[in-house]
Design a binder for this molecule. Structure first.
Ligand code: GN1
Ligand code: MG
Length: 369
């Protein structure tokens, strides 16, 4: 079934006017849909859930519904004291009352409300943007921090468990296809060395979790800069979107991901490695914004691991891209040959830059914690 006919399955008044694919996202297929009645227009987001990644789409939608219902109540309760109008996508029910619809081929689709008058950006160049990205993540984590993580399904087993990604890498590396790529591409061999030098630190967060220093909480899972919506009128952050990775995890996965994405002015897709670095002004601003909200729920041990989370998540994402390149691009969508290798090069260059700035980054964290 095509997206046009699926769009009619949801509880939206009016008739379909337009349906436009939105290129963003490395995993799901996303469309912006416009419906009109005689007097009004309604726009919403329609997504086909990638079932190669999300094996249990019903559980993904149950997590999303439970967390957004909770968060919407908190947003309402605090609205009078807030310095802005916070938004968060709402799951639009299908006409049969479910939170998704299934097409004739067994594909799962969902509809989500749009965030009004706002824009997301691929890159960050101004500290104020980075501060808003930090603030938006801290706010989201804060309003879901009292939601019991145990009630959420683990919809992506192994997600952000770095030692698991290393195990997967080792298995892929041994395959014939991977060996052929390594033999043919010198840059691929260079990245293999980069990974070898960092094996030791890959379990830093999982070890702390094992020791009971860090605890599972509800997290966003994917707070990269393109998922942060900036209000077109005020320039302030107004929402975080892309909620299909909301599940139990360490808040560090989120913090690390927000920083690796929001403090590298070159973005994820550049091919010029000389542009890639961790910008300390952006970092300082992001940390300031994040802690405005997060100070309330962070423990002393949480704070201890913030730097490590940044280094680790940049490394981990590089490793995930690199592994996917070696495996023949089976997970992340690509638009050109060797795109996943290039994405890995960017994250590893960023990781090196983070390592070189460890002292300064720890200093900034101490100042704001
Ligand atoms: C994927 O689909 P998208 O673009 O929101 C990935 C994230 C990565 C991100 C990097 C479920 O997110 O973990 O950080 O690409 N999502 C999943 O751009 O693997
Ligand atoms: Mg995502």
């Amino acid at each position: 079934m095509n997206a046009e006919s699926v769009a009619n399955h949801f509880q939206v008044p009016g008739r379909l006017v337009a349906l436009q694919p939105i290129g963003a996202g490395n995993v799901n297929d996303t469309y912006r849909v416009i419906f009109r009645t005689t007097f009004s227009e309604e726009q919403f987001i329609l997504q086909r859930i990638n079932q190669a990644v999300f094996k249990d789409p019903v559980a993904v939608m149950a997590n999303m519904k439970a967390v957004t219902d909770h968060a919407h109540r908190r947003i309402e309760a605090e609205a009078d004291q807030a310095d802005r109008i916070w938004q968060l996508p709402r799951v639009i029910p299908a006409k049969d009352g479910r939170d998704y619809t299934v097409d004739g081929k067994g594909h799962y689709w969902r509809a989500l409300s749009m965030i009004a008058s706002s824009t997301n950006y691929e890159k960050v160049n101004e500290p104020e943007h980075a501060a808003e990205a930090g603030r938006v993540l801290g706010y989201f984590q804060r309003i879901i921090s009292d939601f019991p993580a145990g009630e959420l399904a683990d919809t992506l087993p192994g997600f952000h468990i770095a030692p698991g990604y290393l195990g997967k890498y080792d298995r892929v590396l041994a395959s014939e296809g991977a060996q052929e790529r390594l033999f043919a591409v010198s840059e691929a061999r260079r990245l293999a060395k980069f990974v070898e030098q960092r094996r030791g630190f890959v379990s830093v967060l999982e070890d702390a979790k094992e020791r009971g220093e860090l605890h599972l909480r509800p997290i966003h899972g994917d707070p990269k800069i393109t998922n942060v919506m900036i209000d077109d009128f005020t320039g302030k952050g107004t929402a975080i979107v892309d909620l299909d990775t909301v599940k139990p995890g360490l808040i560090h996965y989120d913090f690390g991901d927000a920083v690796r994405s929001g403090c590298n002015p070159a973005g994820e897709e550049t091919s010029d490695l000389s542009e890639v670095y961790l910008d300390l002004d952006l970092f300082s601003a992001l940390v300031r914004g994040y802690l405005t909200e997060a100070r309330e729920f962070l423990t002393e041990s949480d704070k201890k691991y913030l730097y490590d989370s940044v280094r680790l998540i940049a490394f981990e994402l590089g490793l995930r891209f690199y592994t996917d390149y070696l495996a023949g691009d089976v997970y992340f969508k690509i638009n050109y040959e060797a795109q996943n290798l290039n994405r890995a090069r960017v994250q590893f260059a960023l990781c090196e830059s983070i390592e070189a700035r460890e002292g300064k980054m720890r200093g900034i964290l101490e100042k704001y914690c």
